[in-house]
Ligand binder design. Sequence first.
Ligand code: TTP
Ligand code: MG
Length: 350
Amino acid sequence: MDRVIMHVDMDAFFASVEQKDNPNLKGKPVIVGGIGERGVVATASYEARKYGVHSAMPMYIARKRCPFGVYLPTRHERYREISREIFEILYSVTSIIEPLSIDEAYLDITNVSIDPIEVALCIKQRIKDKIGLTISVGISYNKFLAKLASDWNKPNGIKMITEEMIPNILKPLPISKVYGIGQRSVQKLHNIGVFTIEDMYKLSKEFCVEYFGKFGVEIYERIRGIDKREVKIDRERKSIGNEVTLKKDIKDKEEMKKYLKHFAHNIDISLSKKNMIGKTVTVKIKTANFISHTRSKTLNYYIKNEDDIYCIACEILDDIEFEDDIRLIGLTLSSLMENKIKQLTLNDFL
Ligand code: TTP
Ligand code: MG
């Protein structure tokens, strides 16, 4: 496979977090969402799905279908907290991650020199051990197929779709499984007798363009196993760093450098975990009367070691002139990229 793309998606995420935090709920139908009169279901545990309860369903219908279910309001802050822990585990595998939602992401693991199934099993095991939840993983050579694969045998699933499986594995699938075909298009296609991907193979490229507009060609290719979309790295992750408001204002640059040393050390650790390197060092200071000074230096080479980061940070600080005491100091490294020189081994994320 040219590229190895992984799609990961937590199982019944909000409901599973509720079951984890209250083990009495394990094995029970749990429905999370707006519990008022006009509320809708955010998600339902797999036990509740057996009763026909699903996301976006009005709560009163859920209550009718599953009268003995446990109905809970959402706790978004808690889900975000767990999500951060999950993403930390994912970032220990690769830095090429595109988060899609609170519980879902694409990973490009082409350069991870471990068998993709092993990587998937490791991620699953680590999330189980450290967080106590299950995740479904799909692996393939593009995004569309990876996402299809993660949904293949949910919950706690793992599935790999290889080139040899195309087109046979796709043929019987309902057209609703094709990313990019919305509910209205599904209905319209049903009306002209198109129900499966195999039925769609009869539609010409020109027809698809006319029917689906600007996504026509992509849909035509997608159902044939072609999807060139890249895994887009999360922009927020394009810098690593920290800042602190000091307990006591300081003026002495040597004292400030102790903080820079500490930040550089933390950046070094984060970079190693994420297998990244960077070339823009930024020092930020804020004076006691709240004037900020932010200065950056972009190198023509990449760095990752504590000493290198610290050294550049000190040069930047020495060049900043200020008269007042300093109340806040920060250091970040940006212009990040994956460090391709070091290949990961299993031990790096076990
Ligand atoms: P999903 O991943 O779509 O659903 P899920 O994790 O609950 O179940 P599974 O992946 O096993 O099918 O969404 C993740 C969370 O996002 C979900 O737990 C609750 C929330 N969500 C809503 O609030 N409203 C919605 O309509 C959907 C689909 C999800
Ligand atoms: Mg999910």
